[in-house]
Design a protein. Structure first.
Ligand code: SAM
Length: 293
């Protein structure tokens, strides 16, 4: 059903994601100094929603930091790149910049309606704009931001020639280790488009990890279809992620933040979200990064 939603409805899911992230930040689940710029009215989400968003944020962040920090030197993150498909109002680049962990290039793609709004907000708020450095240029009309380490472009990610063109415009280096993010995005596409995007990514980048987070059951037909294309794929449902992958100390910390008694619903809900990643790694770089099955 989601795949047949109107473009406006799909884009609205992004406003919802930003509002939910802000709800988590306000409650102390996680830190994000920028997401409030993207939300007009602060809304309080139920504890089960906050916990779900926290788990989603936490697993992506843990894998991304593992990717960025891997290597022998202190500035290994500078020889890597990140590509976010359907990035919405995600603010990860700005946080990585604050933490001194920004990669060589962080590229985000979304529909122009979304990237124009994002470009306008980045342009409006100095705390964001200054993270781009002196060479930045912003076009609200085109929905584009280009700076040394961060680039935002509009693209319908189903359009493979456009993906090629945008990667070229963004000056991504296909030979650098690349972390590709599809977070709550592929579910809106038809299966043929998802196949095409994953194939494109594995042909384009010589060493890449393709990370996805979706509301799917990893073992049902749709889940299998999505995961099938990922080489050397690893897939977990979010219950397993929450219980076994997220740091135990962090889990204890967030469990003290709010009264929580929806255990049965929590289990049911988390089993229907999944994280998967596939690795394309002929040179064994990701083995060295610790990404083993
Ligand atoms: N990845 C972000 C996150 O997790 O916060 C945003 C998720 S939001 C639920 C889905 C995003 O995917 C929206 O911003 C929507 O515009 C974008 N999207 C959906 N289909 C797309 C397509 N064909 N091309 C580009 N962006 C798309």
């Amino acid at each position: 059903a989601a795949a047949r939603s109107s473009p406006a409805a799909v884009q609205a899911t992004n406003d919802d994601a930003a509002a939910s992230k802000l709800s988590c930040v306000t409650k102390g689940y996680m830190k994000d100094d920028y997401v409030h710029h993207f939300v007009r009215r602060t809304t309080k989400r139920a504890p089960i929603i906050n916990r779900g968003y926290y788990a989603r944020w936490s697993v992506l962040r843990k894998l991304m930091l593992q990717f960025l920090n891997a290597g022998s030197g202190s500035d290994d993150h500078k020889r890597k790149q990140i590509l976010s498909l359907g990035a919405g109002f995600d603010t990860t680049f700005f946080q990585l910049q604050d933490e001194g962990l920004a990669p060589y290039l962080y590229v985000e793609l979304d529909f122009q309606e979304v990237t124009s709004k994002k470009a306008a907000i980045i342009n409006h708020y100095n705390d964001m704009k200054e993270k781009l450095g002196p060479d930045a240029s912003i076009s609200i009309e085109k929905g584009e931001v280009t700076s040394t380490n961060y680039k935002l472009f509009s693209a319908d990610i189903r359009d493979i020639p456009k993906l090629d063109a945008v990667i070229h415009m963004a000056e991504m280096d296909p030979s650098l280790p690349t972390f590709i993010i599809a977070e709550c995005v592929l579910i809106y596409l038809d299966p043929a488009s998802t196949d095409a995007i994953v194939s494109w990514a594995s042909e384009k980048f010589s060493s890449a990890i393709f990370f996805l987070y979706e509301q799917i059951h990893p073992d049902d037909a749709f889940g299998e279809q999505m995961i099938r294309n990922l080489e050397r794929a690893v897939a977990w449902d979010m219950l397993k992620i929450y219980n076994d992958f997220i740091d135990g100390g962090e889990r204890r910390r967030i469990e003290l933040l709010e009264l929580f008694d929806e255990f049965e619903e929590w289990h049911m809900m988390q089993e229907h979200y999944c994280v998967a990643y596939g690795i394309n790694d002929p040179e064994g770089i990701f083995d060295d990064f610790g990404f083993k099955e």
